[in-house]
Design a protein around this ligand. Structure first.
Ligand SMILES: NC(=O)c1ccc[n+]([C@@H]2O[C@H](COP(=O)([O-])OP(=O)(O)OC[C@H]3O[C@@H](n4cnc5c(N)ncnc54)[C@H](O)[C@@H]3O)[C@@H](O)[C@H]2O)c1
Ligand SMILES: O=P(O)(O)OC[C@@H](O)[C@@H](O)[C@H](O)[C@H](O)CO
Length: 383
């Protein structure tokens, strides 16, 4: 069995690549980072260090690596004969990897089994987005129909904290012990790919929302409020009482919305929240607030970790989620010169009207209950 995985970064090597290897796949990593690809190509193995309770080291072997920027034809040939394609490149990069996956599908033998395509990104419907980008790039409906019949596109939810790696780590990765990979079973018609580390479910919606609106809302709240409090590392930030309080308050609101929307049990959600806060406290993970807060424009989008659950709170619980609005207020002050979106956002805050920022960045329009509270928090953050 062979898997082609786009994005040989932190989660690519430390989670998806590891689980596919453990499932018995030969993994072909594809990435645009030439140095990383050369290092992977030259190595016979790399280690994944699981840190925290039940620490252990796992070794990944039997992989290859291809530079997707310079060796596209070789990558197309790999996709043509692969069983699985996965991505962990970031949601806004999916449109760049879609065309080569399309070429790979077009090159498959007519009798080849359908290719399982799963985007492993922190976004609701990431695989749908990848599929839409792929289909949009095709010349006509006949080609779209032909290639759609050669693939199975399945949404997923992935959870494992993998920080940026130490400069001397090489291709080895340090990760937390916890992991969860949940995949929508419904597109496979009973033929799910054999990946023991993945959990196939009939309805992914509650899983991805529970993950994104608890792990990632909490993580981002710790990052943004921690950044303002002067912390640099997540485990340090969550030790600050005001940061913990802000995070617990935001997560109480997301849990209320999840419970009201999906019928999730409040006690189970409380246990889930407590476990996640403990994951953030892991003293062996050096996870910087600037990684966790990265790309604030994406994180403040309508369907992402703040506005998504805030809108659900308004719709399913009723009232205004004040703690989530306060966390958004902290996100507006995430001023990090090395983060392109942070720089862009700080410039936008200087020149744009608060109403336009709420509309265009957060996707909340005038007349919605969240509009005025969000305008007020943006106005308070403006220079
Ligand atoms: N790190 C985590 O804790 C974690 C956990 C769950 C999900 N995720 C998600 O996984 C994705 C990747 O996150 P990460 O932390 O591994 O980031 P990362 O920056 O470590 O890895 C991304 C990799 O994608 C590569 N890349 C960029 N453009 C590419 C292209 N056009 N073609 C092929 N490769 C390309 C980069 O060179 C990089 O190696 C994101 O969507 C993130 O939200 C991350
Ligand atoms: O990857 P992002 O930028 O969407 O979010 C940053 C972190 O919250 C994220 O990478 C977590 O570590 C991960 O989602 C844990 O499963």
């Amino acid at each position: 069995m062979k898997a082609v995985h786009f994005g040989a970064g932190n989660i690519g090597r430390g989670f998806v690549g590891l689980l596919l290897h453990e499932a018995g796949y030969e993994v072909v990593f594809a990435d645009v980072n030439a140095e990383l690809i050369e290092a992977l190509d030259a190595a016979e193995s790399y280690d994944v260090h699981l840190v925290g309770d039940d620490a252990e080291t796992k070794t990944v072997t039997g992989f290859r690596a291809i530079n997707s920027a310079t060796a596209e034809d070789a990558l197309v040939a790999e996709i043509a004969t692969a069983d699985v394609v996965t991505t962990a490149v970031g949601p806004r990069i999916l449109r760049f990897v879609a065309p080569v996956i399309a070429r790979g599908l077009a090159a498959r033998a007519a009798d080849a089994p359908r290719l399982a395509v799963m985007a492993c990104e922190n976004a609701i419907g990431a695989t749908d987005l990848l599929a839409a980008e792929l289909m949009d790039g095709l010349p006509d409906d006949d080609t779209r129909e032909e290639l759609a019949a050669r693939a199975v596109f399945a949404n997923t939810a992935v959870d494992r904290i993998v920080p940026a790696q130490a400069p001397d780590a090489g291709i080895d990765v340090t990760v937390e012990t916890f992991y969860e990979w949940v995949v929508d079973r419904s597109p496979f018609n009973g033929n799910v790919p054999p990946i023991p580390g993945a959990h196939f479910v009939d309805s992914l919606g509650p899983y991805i929302e529970r993950k994104l609106f608890t792990v990632n809302t909490g993580h981002a709240t710790v990052a943004y409020t921690g950044f303002l409090a002067g912390a640099t590392i997540i485990s340090e930030a969550i030790g600050i009482p005001s940061v913990l309080e802000a995070t617990e308050a935001a997560l109480a609101e997301t849990s209320a919305a999840l419970s009201a929307k999906h019928g999730l049990d409040p006690e189970e959600l409380a246990a889930y929240r407590a476990k996640i806060l403990n994951r953030f406290r892991n003293p062996y993970l050096v996870d910087e607030v600037i990684r966790v807060g990265r790309e604030p424009l994406r994180k403040l989008g309508r369907n992402d970790r703040f506005v998504g659950p805030a809108a659900d709170y308004v719709q399913y619980v009723g009232g205004i989620p004040e703690a989530l609005i306060a966390a958004i207020g902290a996100a507006l002050r995430f001023d990090v010169p090395e983060d392109t979106q942070s720089v862009e956002f700080q410039q936008l805050l200087r020149r744009a009207d608060p109403e336009d920022i709420v509309d265009e960045v957060m996707g909340v329009t005038r007349g919605e209950a969240l509009f005025e509270p969000l305008v007020a928090v943006v106005r308070a953050a403006e220079y």
